[in-house]
Design a binder for this molecule. Structure first.
Ligand SMILES: Nc1ncnc2c1ncn2[C@@H]1O[C@H](COP(=O)(O)OP(=O)(O)OP(=O)(O)O)[C@@H](O)[C@H]1O
Ligand SMILES: [Mg+2]
Length: 361
């Protein structure tokens, strides 16, 4: 598969897949590779390993996009003719930024941020991380400053959960459970008032926390912003379905991640999201040739030890090959790119450049 050709006329590339397979590393490498091909690229990484962030000069706090120094890559023989920008998303902060954007005034903003419920919600609400990634993506897309946006995705149980997140959050905010709270005059807080008041006032007596006040204040403030949320969620949705977007499924050659990629491929189809290809990362080498080279050049004892280890590796390599064959069969062989397992973790620029070479081979 020709990755550069696929991405040439795309504006958004989403890297999805199960946990730990190399989504973040791949996202960074893809962005570097396309910047080397002259595009103005921005990559949004989620929780990159500290050393990776350091390598890209992202160690300072903050979610702002920063231009990555092209000199870093030049030292390793890769010339970026375009620009590379990178950011790491800090979900908590972006959530606050979002509230800032939608809050009608400073006072409401402060009140929401201070609110106990908000603190809980922004830390724990399912999908807030995903929502924020999407929010940032839309914001950057609408800026129209970049040729290509590469989006890393968080490790979630179902790797496509994040796609539903914006809508889910919007539905939650506009949903019935919230409306009940939002209609204090009608049956809303009255219900809470009658059945709930016993509970709430007991809570207040015991804990000193006026939960009911917190709740109604929180939802009251939120209501004013609900339409902004839902409208943007729909825009992101349309954007990701469009022909300017593509999804790359990242997996490793082990059984479960390969299965997950096949499953995700099906999900993309169901949700009419554009599938670009799959990247099988950390593929173990074929050890067959290694053995040929060793024959005759080692003492018997050493050869026996090497062969013992070799045999184990060979079995793993063989399993990888079987899983890759399975992937190629269900995703179509010309949609699969293999990247070898490197001897070191890919944290430094040197490792990234090696990965770029393999991806854009
Ligand atoms: N081809 C490779 N060879 C060797 N190490 C690799 C390779 N690709 C990735 N790694 C290493 O594997 C680890 C996981 O990679 P990465 O953080 O990119 O995965 P991830 O899918 O983003 O994980 P998470 O789901 O936790 O976000 C990192 O330490 C990275 O350096
Ligand atoms: Mg990651």
């Amino acid at each position: 598969m020709d990755l550069a050709k696929l991405l040439e006329d795309k504006q958004i590339c989403v890297c999805a897949g199960s946990g730990g397979v190399g989504k973040t590393t791949t996202s960074a490498s893809i962005a570097i590779g396309m910047a080397a091909r002259g595009l103005n690229v921005a990559v949004l990484t989620i929780d990159p390993a500290k050393r990776l962030a350091d390598s890209l000069g992202l160690s300072e706090l903050g979610t702002d996009l920063k231009r990555v120094d092209p000199k870093l890559f030049k030292q390793h023989g890769l010339k970026l003719t375009g620009e590379l920008h990178a950011a790491m998303l800090d979900p908590k902060r972006t959530f606050d930024e979002l509230i800032e954007r939608y809050a009608p005034d400073e006072d409401t903003y402060e009140r929401i941020l201070d609110n106990r419920i908000y603190k809980e919600l922004s830390n724990a609400v399912a999908g807030s991380q995903e929502y924020m990634a999407m929010e940032k993506l839309l914001e950057l897309h609408e800026l129209e400053e970049f040729d290509l946006l590469v989006l890393d995705t968080p490790p979630s149980r179902n790797a496509l959960d994040f796609l539903d997140a914006p809508m889910r959050l919007a539905r939650f905010i506009e949903g019935r459970s919230l409306r009940v709270f939002l209609a204090p005059g009608r049956f809303g807080l009255k219900i809470a008032g009658r059945g709930g008041s016993v509970l709430f006032s007991a809570l207040k007596r015991i804990t000193g926390v006026d939960l009911l006040k917190d709740l109604s204040e929180f939802f009251g403030n939120f209501a004013e912003m609900a339409s902004g949320f839902s409208e943007r969620a729909q825009r992101v949705d349309a954007l990701l379905r469009g022909s300017e977007s593509t999804f790359l499924l990242v997996c490793s050659p082990e059984h479960e991640p390969a299965d997950e990629a096949i499953f995700l491929r099906r999900k993309l189809k169901e949700q009419t999201l554009p599938f670009g290809g799959a990247i099988v990362n950390k593929v173990r080498p074929d050890y067959y040739r290694a053995r040929k080279q060793l024959d005759g050049s080692l003492s018997d004892e050493l050869l026996a030890r090497v062969m013992d280890n070799y045999e184990r590796q060979r079995v793993l390599g063989k399993r990888d090959a079987e899983n890759i064959a399975r992937l190629e069969k269900s995703l179509s062989a010309d949609k699969v790119i293999q990247v070898p397992l490197f001897s070191d973790d890919i944290h430094g620029v040197e490792g990234l450049v090696k990965m770029v070479d393999r991806l854009f081979d």
